[in-house]
Design a protein around this ligand. Sequence first.
Ligand code: ADP
Ligand code: MG
Length: 760
Amino acid sequence: MAGPCLWPDLTAKESLLPPESRMRPEMSQEVENLKANLLDQAQEISRLRSELGGTDLEKHRDLLAAENERLRQEMKAREGELRELRRQQAQCRGCTHLQENAGLQERLSQLQREAEEARAKLAELDVEVQQKTNRLAEVELRLKDSLAERAEEEERLSRRLRDSQETIASLKSQPQQIKYIIKTVEVESTKAKQALSESQSRNQYLQEQVGMQRQVLKEMEQQLQNSQKTAAQLRAQIAMYESELERAHGQMLEEMQAMEDEKNRAIEEAFSRAQVEMKAVHENLAGVRTNLLTLQPALRTLTHDYNSLKRQVRDFPLLLQETLRSARAEIGQAIEEVNNTNRELLRKYRRELQLRKKCHNELVRLKGNIRVFGRVRPITKEDGEGPEAANAVTFDANDDAVLHLLHKGKQVSFELDKVFPPQASQEEVFQEVQALVTSCIDGYNVCIFAYGQTGAGKTYTMEGTSANPGINQRALQLLFSEVRSKASDWDYAITVSVAEIYNEALRDLLGKEPQEKLEIKLCPDGSGQLYVPGLTEFRVQSVEDINKVFEFGHVKRVTECTNLNEHSSRSHALLIVTVHGLDRSTGLRTTGKLNLVDLAGSERVGRSGAEGSRLREAQYINKSLSALGDVIYALRSRQGHVPFRNSKLTYLLQDSLSGDSKTLMMVQVSPAEKNTSETLCSLKFAERVRSVELGPISRKAELASWPSQEQLEVTKGDVSGTAISSSRGHASPSPGPPSGRATSIRRKLQTSGKLRPVPV
Ligand code: ADP
Ligand code: MG
């Protein structure tokens, strides 16, 4: 039988388990429990088997079922372990043994698969055993039936045999009687003979019957033998099945053993690895412990620090609030103070501005609204050589307003507001001019004229060269920088126009049609302002813009004229700069105009008998320069009527010459001997312009009426009478008693408050 030999195998398997010392305690415990369970089950099964006394096959099947159950349990346990291992693996995620664990898991799953297969095989075997058992039971049943039948048959046969034997025996005992009877019959009768034959046939029949019964018996015996053979065959078959089962079981055991070994090996490996890891962990722990030991003092200090910090932190919000409160108060106070200071400063600044403007006006008033400067150019190559090119102009070392001209052997001295010697740079000249330029930003109208004979340096002073620019460009540069410095409070717009007056015709040098004559008209708004319809105005914002504008005007002039030098000396060139300002804080608007005029040459052409266009030009120039002189005279002498309309130039500049406008006359002179006549003429013009108001009352009489250009011409020859003997204050080229009419006019003006005597 397979059953009894199965258990020794199972117990032998236990001896293959690894020693407890090599297993993890919980695992060994589990294995122990399993072993105990196994033993209990084995005992229970053997007990039940002996109690029940079932067939071997049934017992075998039960055993297999029990074993199967045990394996299932064990599988469950392994699965539990697997779950545990997985959990451990999840815990040690990122561990270096992750890969090994994965390998182990794979092996475990392989083992599980194998166990599964074995289980399936076992189930198959179970089914097979069941079938065979059924068949066996059937056969046994059939055998029992046939045995019972046989026994019954035997019984029946033996009974019949017995009956037959009895009959035979009785029959055997009968022949004496038959013989007797025969003898009797023979003796007695035929009747007896008939009875004998009947008995003989009956006997025959009975013998046949016995033979048949014997035959049946023989057949029965044959059947019995067959049945016995079949039973033996069935037994052999059962034995074969049993051996097969045993073999399958052995195979299964082997497989289980192998699985068990595999499992143990895996456990062992895991255990040894865990031990190594534990060792490493222990070592780490030891390191950490030593670290901890060394860290303890530091921790103590840190704790101390932390506690003190905690205290500070606890107190900090209060402290912070306190500090913030005081800081806020301080800041508020400071802001208040700053605001007050700012307000005060702003107030002072505004007052200072007013004051500055007032001072500036006062200064200009003191210096005179019309100022006259003289500039002497250096001797140039164009002056030639020899006595003609000799220098005829000298200066007073102690007074920069005086110059001396040597004319026809006599020295004539002139006093102006300022005299620039040949070595004076453009920069120096501009420094004296810039106050006028800036007043334009404050809303004043300004005129700067360059007066003098051709070649005396008018264009040099006004335009200059690109390397050394003159008043025009410097004025605009200054305006830009002033505007920039005031940009925080003011918005400014600067526009420029470039025009020319030739033969009393006004032309726009920036316009599309420079030949077109422009008209000067009264503004239709009734303001009395003049304007020139069609005069081009360019908005400029940088020096580059100005240069472009100048270049443009210059190009126009060049293309229009065959001989620019000659043309320019016969025409007045005007650069009109308008500055519009808006004070953002007050909304105050200002408009200032700066007129920079390069006048036509003042030389006396008509005198030399010029004819035709030349004479016409000369007449126009003469007329316009005289008109300018007349206007200036009328303005300075505060006359009710100022003859602005006498020339295009004065008419155009009307609003820039009248009112509180400021005018600068830059009288250019040549120092060359050959030019002394013209130089004298120009200087006389200059002095007369200047002395209109600034001179002493006595001298006003002489200037009560402005001399025409012709008169200037006449007087210029009379140098002997104009020579001065003393220095400034007495420099009067044409001294003489004032006329009664002039004196009375002046007196009238003084009493009406229109004319103020200004000390020289
Ligand atoms: P105008 O315009 O009065 O006819 P320009 O300005 O053309 O005279 O001057 C004539 C010449 O004299 C030019 O060559 C100019 O360069 C030169 N010149 C004039 N003034 C000076 C000066 N202050 N320094 C140097 N050169 C000058
Ligand atoms: Mg010129």
